[in-house]
Ligand binder design. Structure first.
Ligand SMILES: [Zn+2]
Length: 246
């Protein structure tokens, strides 16, 4: 049987169909056409006119879903997905436990932190103290490591502060009688746990204490007693936050 050769009215690709066909489909752009025949025309090829078949949802004509039922299914699924995504995006802005953030949650208690979280926090804090006091402590060295004396977990439904306090014992290297004990609080804001372990990046956390002078030139940062520290750092949160300590 002789095939009629036409250009696709949509994309220009070659289109072939039999002379008795009533519809045809372009292999390239997947558009479907109704074949209209004008028998007045003398040349056989000129007798065929292609009219695009209008599908109810033009957008989906680009896909190979030809039946209306499959188009309706695709549209319905798409709408459901859009609604779920939109709902979770809105939730995600206010709730750290949304679908996209399921494994991440704010620390609101000292028991939210595991033993390994505490050591991560301590390592991070000691790095921070060393970095911030390099060059200013002069002849005064710390005896041993900074020991975590206490920790406050301050939280409300919007944010949290994790405030570990490190006891530092500085002694003059040429006079061991000349020693100073101070408490150094570090504030970490918005601390979360992700997949059950603490999540924060290096560089977060700030020492929050005034200068403590060993002499005119040499100093560190800290409080001489824990009560003063509490009054100046923690007390301000008493009304609007839950405070847990260990
Ligand atoms: Zn085409």
């Amino acid at each position: 049987m002789r095939l009629i050769e036409k250009e696709c009215p949509n994309c220009g690709a070659g289109l072939h169909f039999g002379k008795d066909d009533t519809t045809c489909k372009c292999e390239y752009c997947k558009r479907e056409f109704e074949i209209e025949r004008d028998t007045e025309k003398k040349k056989l090829d000129d007798q065929f006119i292609l009219n695009e078949l209008k599908t109810p949802f033009k957008f989906f004509a680009y896909f190979t879903f030809s039946s209306m039922i499959s188009q309706i299914i695709v549209i319905s699924i798409t709408f459901v997905i859009i609604i779920i995504v939109a709902f979770n995006l809105i939730q995600g802005l206010s709730d750290s436990n949304s679908l996209f953030n399921r494994n991440s949650s704010y620390v609101t208690s000292t028991s939210d932190l595991s033993t390994s979280d505490y050591s991560t926090l301590d390592i991070q804090s000691r790095i921070l103290i060393s970095r911030e006091t390099t060059g200013i402590t002069g002849m005064y060295n710390t005896k041993g490591n900074f020991k975590r004396e206490k920790i406050y977990v301050v939280s409300n439904d919007k944010t949290n502060y994790i405030i570990p306090i490190y006891k530092a014992e500085y002694a003059n290297i040429s006079n061991s009688e000349d020693k100073h004990i101070i408490y150094i609080p570090i504030i970490y804001k918005n601390v979360k746990t992700k997949n059950n372990s603490i999540a924060f990046s290096l560089g977060e956390g700030k020492i929050s204490a005034p200068e403590y002078h060993f002499n005119d030139n040499n100093y560190s940062y800290g409080y001489t007693d824990l009560d003063t520290l509490y009054n100046e750092i923690i007390k301000q949160y008493e009304n609007d936050y839950k405070i847990v300590t260990k």
